[in-house]
Design a protein around this ligand. Structure first.
Ligand code: ITT
Length: 198
């Protein structure tokens, strides 16, 4: 049975505008009608999971049940080697209630101190859930190094301090198209679209 019924509307189960923009861009070639969870008045569920996958599945399920439509959720974050993988699943929470990523990036810099290990990786789990309970999940990772001070105003979140492996610009300096060619989100997206829309 085909997973996707052409014409179905897909709920994008995120309240993060940076993610929303990137997911819409990644979905554009497939001409899938989308609606954001916020536009449907769906609440932000509490992220009680201990892994990216658990949180992506919890958000996708909540939106699918709440809307009666298939829903796509993204749980992602920055794992810093010298900080034992933090902020990881707590990446959004490090920005505080004001969602200020200047504060979050400063905290990464402060906690790293003089640690020579500047390695980090962005992780992304993407889950697509149906109101029937069916769910599929894929993960993507991009490895790189951190740089301070922050550079660039493109992208969102921790992009201005992250340089992907083999490049010299931060994600904050790169064109969105260049980021989509290698990002954790795009890497999780690839098997998902093959399984569902292609
Ligand atoms: P939703 O749960 O509503 O999707 P959120 O921002 O709370 O939004 P997460 O819990 O997945 O989402 O938090 C992930 C955080 O990691 C996010 O707020 C970003 O700051 C950061 N992050 C994830 N992907 C990123 C990217 O591509 N570039 C920069 N930062 C990213």
């Amino acid at each position: 049975m085909a997973l996707w019924t052409p014409g179905d509307t897909l709920v994008l189960a995120t309240h993060n505008l940076g993610k929303l923009r990137e997911i819409e861009e990644l979905l554009r070639p497939f001409a899938v009608p989308v609606v954001a969870a916020g536009a449907l008045g769906l609440p932000e569920p509490e992220e009680t999971g201990l892994t990216f996958i658990a949180n992506a599945e919890l958000k996708a399920r909540a939106a699918a049940v709440g809307s009666g439509k298939p829903a796509l959720a993204d749980d992602s974050g920055l794992a810093v080697s010298g900080l034992g993988g933090n902020p990881g699943i707590y990446s959004a929470r490090w920005a505080g209630p004001g969602k200020d990523f200047g504060v979050a990036m400063d905290r990464v810099r402060t906690e790293l101190g003089d640690t020579p290990d500047r390695k980090a990786a962005f992780h992304c789990a993407l889950s697509l859930a149906w109101p029937t309970g069916q769910i599929i999940t894929f993960e993507g990772i991009v490895r790189g190094t951190l740089t301070f001070p922050a550079r660039g105003s493109k992208g969102f979140g921790y992009d201005p301090i992250f340089i992907p492996e083999g490049h010299s610009q931060t994600f904050g300096e790169m064109d969105p198209i260049a980021k989509h060619a290698m990002s954790h989100r795009a890497r999780a997206f690839e098997p998902l679209v093959k399984a569902v829309f292609a």
